[in-house]
Design a protein around this ligand. Sequence first.
Ligand SMILES: [Zn+2]
Length: 308
Amino acid sequence: MTTALLTHADCLGHVTPGGHPERVARLEHVLHALEALNLKRVAAPLVADDDLLRVHPEGYIRDIRGARPSDGFAQIDGDTFMSPGSVDAAYRAAGAAVRAVDMVLGGEVSNAFCATRPPGHHAESETAMGFCLFGNAALAAKHALDHHGLKRVAVVDFDVHHGNGTQDLLWDESRALVITSQQMPLWPGSGRPDETGAYDTVLNIPLAPGSSGAEMRAVYEAQVFPRLRTFRPELIIISAGFDAHQDDPLANLNWSTGDFAWITAELCKIADEVCEGRIVSTLEGGYDLNALAEATRAHVEELMKAAR
Ligand SMILES: [Zn+2]
């Protein structure tokens, strides 16, 4: 058994204006860092509209498709842009997450990483924001629940920003445990501990600006891992953002590359205990190119060690 890597050249066709942190070079660096690894490489398919419709209304999907510019850029919100290639990229990013669920649940691979962009965890039901168009992690969770019939799925989001989109899309989904840690205060401002979901299945973990990897480990050991073990998900989906890295320009946490390896290894351990190792991870943020590449590689190497 092995680890799958799902990606597509279309994800490099989502172009952002000069100076924008969520840029094509991010994915180029990630793919270069993973080049030498022995992964099962899979071309990400375009997502089916039926999968998108589990989390976004038809009118929103139509609006996003309609917003695609024929050249240059369309500005969707303060920091979210579309280029002519953005719809295809977003369809591949969502399609990768769904296909990864199919592969892991079908026993084709032990776990999977989706190296795609645009990211997804800020996209709410009817609102594109924070560089995100579709809620990739949430729609993967819904696909696992509604299409595959799982009873419990967990999403763990360790991106430095709050996974407000995933929280919004799964707020009233009692079968999905959403755990998201974030620097607070920081954009988008949500993610307080009293935001717990309609069925108490949302766990928000605020982390203080300037806090270290050691502090993160203590909080994850005290709050995140026990909650996961109690919930006993049949699949763990990771929103893997690497912008809590100490070198990242958009935030102020001080995690090392080793901290990302640790968190991944611990999640793999829990997955082994409760769900036969099933993990689907999808790329979210990470804006220092070298830190992103190094931390992503460390993350994927831990997934590979756990694949059996
Ligand atoms: Zn982020």
